[in-house]
Design a protein around this ligand. Structure first.
Ligand code: HEM
Length: 150
């Protein structure tokens, strides 16, 4: 059995779910929700959506870390693109941890208290950070794929 091909398949699958999910939320659902829903419904929708998406992100992060580091240490001297992937991957994870423990908590509390102003500000912060993470995710995918030929 070739463990490398299993690891790379799981690694890429986790990236597809994480980065694809962020892309859909940021580029598709967010502008659509703004045009259709008033703040109380929109903020409640996002709390319900994040509640379902974030457990998948935790699973993706665990998968990316385990498979990524395992593959990384199969190389006696990992090439530069792997170091860049590792660095950008860690940045993406730290940004997610911040989103999860700071503005997402604030959003949940504000929605419970029906404080739409504070909730809107927290959602805005999440939107900005998820936008940044989507961009870093796309760049990391390009580095991972194109980096091999440099
Ligand atoms: C956090 C730590 C990470 C580590 C240690 C890591 C490490 C690795 C390693 C060693 C490979 C195998 C490359 C090869 O055999 O040619 C790989 C493949 C890949 N990684 Fe990562 N990675 C990490 C995060 C990420 C992230 C965040 C992304 C994208 C957003 C990503 C996207 C990919 C892709 C698309 C491949 C497949 C490349 C190919 O075979 O063409 N990785 N990763």
């Amino acid at each position: 059995m070739n463990f490398m091909s299993i690891a790379i398949a799981l690694h890429v699958l986790a990236i597809v779910v994480w980065v694809g999910g962020m892309f859909f939320a940021h580029q598709v659902m967010r502008p659509a929700a703004v045009t259709v829903l008033e703040p109380p419904h929109r903020l409640r929708l996002w709390v319900a959506g994040f509640k379902r998406f974030f457990p998948w992100v935790w699973l993706c992060i665990a998968t990316v870390l385990i498979t990524g580091f395992w593959m990384f240490f199969q190389f006696p001297t990992p090439p530069l693109f792997m170091h860049i992937m590792l660095g950008l991957g860690i940045v993406m994870m730290l940004i997610f941890f911040h989103v999860f423990f700071a503005p997402y908590n604030k959003l949940k509390k504000a929605v419970k208290e029906e404080n739409w102003k504070v909730g809107g500000a927290a959602l805005n912060q999440i939107r900005m950070l998820v936008g940044i993470n989507t961009l870093i995710g796309v760049i990391t995918i390009l580095v991972a794929i194109a980096g091999k030929s440099f």
